[in-house]
Design a protein around this ligand. Structure first.
Ligand code: BG6
Length: 479
């Protein structure tokens, strides 16, 4: 992997937030240690809090991890060198003059022609003001430099209409080519592997359809609640926070048709088609929950009906998937911390062996990234007795290397101008269409989520399957 050699300024707008400290700066540091940042780069944090460079560097130093340097002494040197490139600029998001002053500072650091990567790690309410200020200050101008790119973090709106409006408004400020909408799940190694697992192996594609697959589940669970983020979370809820983006992206990659090439446009097109063929969430086949104690989290209104858990069953109306339930679930404050995709194959139409079960492919996104195929196997020494065994590939054993953080990959892609892992407008709109009707019902009817205990499995298990449009035989159960 190589990256641009021209000087680059990386501006993190919203630099005093958690995302910057926990994810962005450690990711940039790893890229730096690995030699992926150009010789002449500077990172400038921009935010409203008053801080000088020294204070910012102290904050940054606290969260830097140095996983590429075995030698602690070397690590200290790298940290020191990296911190020298980190700067801080105080300013208001809606003040173009503050951004002009930032521009002058950047010029002083790297000259007038340095490329620009601006990362908007800011609340959605200030997206547009910030975008205007950036534009007015000439920072998005591509006449004087090779490129100027803007990375936007979700939420991209609250529903189909507001997302379209945000897209339209941002489209008047930045070009689509300049805009990188990030979904960090696309930077995760196992999610990226879905393409090669499906289309790089002959054995899966012929059986990757309704004739052979019983159901697919995609689940996300976290052990912690919304601690410290309630202000944001309560306005969005888990359907917008995780399902509309991370889980639908995982589903699109799991179920889409093979793109005609690896060109980002072709991949996005197939994902978009899949999302368009997905029937919107039906609240009759959806369970929402709220963990006990959520209402007392600081920042949460006492009568909030925001869901911290949701499980639903989706159907994709294509010949390949008609009638196959896609069970999606996402929740906070649950009993496990894991994300996985499970493909359950149908049982044999007829079997000679008692007790054999349908095969299953378990793709563990995190933690302990792995791929596991569950098959029936003869029990040694016993005639024709079968047991269920796992054929497992653990990433850490197979590849003997720590997997890069999602943000490393994504930031590197922005630097290289590779858009494969970012969400284009049409795809974003298609994903919103899947969730918007349900979100409107939840809001207009103030549907109350079920309460579940903090640290439990969530409310009442998984979502019920919707009745299938055709008989079991039609669905390909066979025998
Ligand atoms: C974010 C959500 O997009 O993803 C968070 O806003 C969630 O609520 C997080 O905790 C999960 O990311 P990861 O990489 O820890 O699975």
């Amino acid at each position: 992997m190589s990256t641009t050699t021209n000087p680059v300024n990386i501006v993190i707008v919203g630099a005093s937030g958690d995302l910057t400290r926990k994810k962005l700066l450690p990711a940039l540091f790893s890229l730096y240690c690995n030699g992926f940042l150009p010789e002449r780069f500077h990172i400038v944090g921009f935010a409203r809090s008053t801080m000088n460079d020294k204070e910012f560097r102290m904050q940054v130093a606290e969260t830097l991890t140095c996983r590429y340097e075995p030698e602690p002494s070397q690590c200290d040197i790298k940290v020191g060198q990296f911190l020298k490139r980190c700067h801080y600029h105080t300013g208001q998001y809606d003040n173009a003059d503050d951004f002009r002053a930032l521009g002058r500072r950047l010029e002083g650091l790297n000259g007038p022609r340095a490329n620009m990567l601006m990362y908007m790690a800011i609340p959605p309410g200030v997206f547009l003001d910030t975008a205007h200020s950036i534009r007015q200050a000439g920072l998005s101008d591509e006449e004087s430099r090779d490129w100027s790119r803007v990375v936007i973090e979700k939420p991209f709106g609250r529903d189909t209409e507001s997302s379209a409006e945000l897209t339209r408004a941002l489209g008047e400020i930045f070009t689509e080519e300049q805009t990188y909408r990030i979904d960090h799940y696309l930077g995760k190694e196992v999610i990226q592997n879905l393409l090669i697992l499906r289309f790089g192996n002959r054995i899966f594609e012929p059986i990757w359809n309704r004739d052979h697959i019983e159901s697919i589940s995609i689940s996300f669970s976290e052990e912690i609640g919304v601690e410290g983020r309630a202000g944001y979370f309560d306005h969005f809820g888990i359907i917008r926070d995780v399902m509309q983006n991370h889980l639908l992206q995982a589903m699109a990659l799991t179920a889409m048709e093979q793109p005609i090439s690896l060109n980002p446009r072709e991949i996005a097109e197939e994902k978009t088609k899949l999302l368009r063929a997905t029937a919107p969430i039906d609240m009759e086949h959806t369970v929402t929950g709220q963990y006990e104690g959520y209402l007392t989290d600081p920042g949460v209104p006492e009568d909030s009906v925001t869901e911290t858990f949701a499980a639903t069953t989706l159907y994709v109306n294509t010949p390949r998937w008609y009638g196959v339930p896609f069970q999606l679930s996402a929740g906070k404050a649950l009993d496990t911390q894991q994300t996985e995709i499970v493909i359950r194959f149908r049982e044999l139409p007829y079997s000679l062996f008692p007790g054999v079960v349908g095969n299953c492919l378990r793709i563990r996104v995190q933690p302990n990234e792995s791929i596991e195929l569950i098959v029936n196997n003869k029990v040694p020494g016993m005639a024709f007795a079968s047991s269920v065994v796992r054929l497992t590939m653990l990433y850490h054993e197979e590849f003997k290397t720590e997997l890069p953080e999602a943000y490393e990959r994504l930031l590197l892609d922005v630097l290289r101008g590779d858009r494969s892992l970012f969400i284009p407008t049409q795809e974003l709109a298609a994903a919103w269409e899947v969730v918007t009707p349900a979100l409107h019902r939840i809001e207009t009817e103030r549907l109350k989520p079920q309460t579940y205990a903090y640290g439990s499995a969530g409310p009442g298990g998984k979502a019920p399957d919707a009745p299938t449009p055709h008989s079991e035989e039609d669905r390909g159960h066979g025998g």
